[in-house]
Design a protein around this ligand. Structure first.
Ligand SMILES: [Zn+2]
Length: 147
């Protein structure tokens, strides 16, 4: 596989470990300085560790599925993972985001709060559900072989 082919086959973006369900971000394709073999350069998503890994390009597909990002309102799959947990208050205009499980954020007019990080979407609101706009995103597996 050439570098161009590898960049096309494994584009930058989010992938999910088939076994653990953990999400990773592909940063680039690297080339070995001695033998020119190709490696996927990646890290955890969200970026919670200093570690950056590399894995031979030809071994990538056996371990990872590519994720397609969809808005919460367009979600139809039930095995999706939360990629961002955030909402916009339609009263004060604040956009608030929960980055981890116990990260409880409230907008400045105290109408809406978000919680749950990437584990679950929890919402508290004073008015009604139309007083905020859901901005969360999910990752769903992209099956390259499907029509
Ligand atoms: Zn508000």
């Amino acid at each position: 596989m050439t570098l161009d082919e590898a960049l096309k086959a494994i584009p930058k973006g989010l992938y999910q470990n088939k076994k653990t369900g953990n999400v990773y971000e592909v940063l680039d394709i690297g080339e070995h300085s001695e033998d020119a073999s190709l490696f996927v350069i990646y890290r955890r998503y969200p970026n919670i560790s200093k570690r950056i890994w590399c894995r031979p390009v030809e071994m990538w597909d056996e371990k990872f599925d590519r994720l397609r990002i969809v808005k919460a309102s367009e979600l139809t799959e039930d095995d999706a993972v939360i990629i961002t947990n955030k909402a916009k208050c339609n009263i004060c205009g604040d956009i608030i985001e929960s980055r981890h499980r116990h990260d409880f954020k409230t907008c400045s007019c105290v109408n809406v709060s978000v919680d749950g990080g990437l584990d679950y979407l929890r919402r508290c609101y004073k008015k009604d559900q139309n007083s905020y706009t859901e901005l969360s995103e999910y990752g769903v597996k992209e099956y390259r072989d499907r029509p």
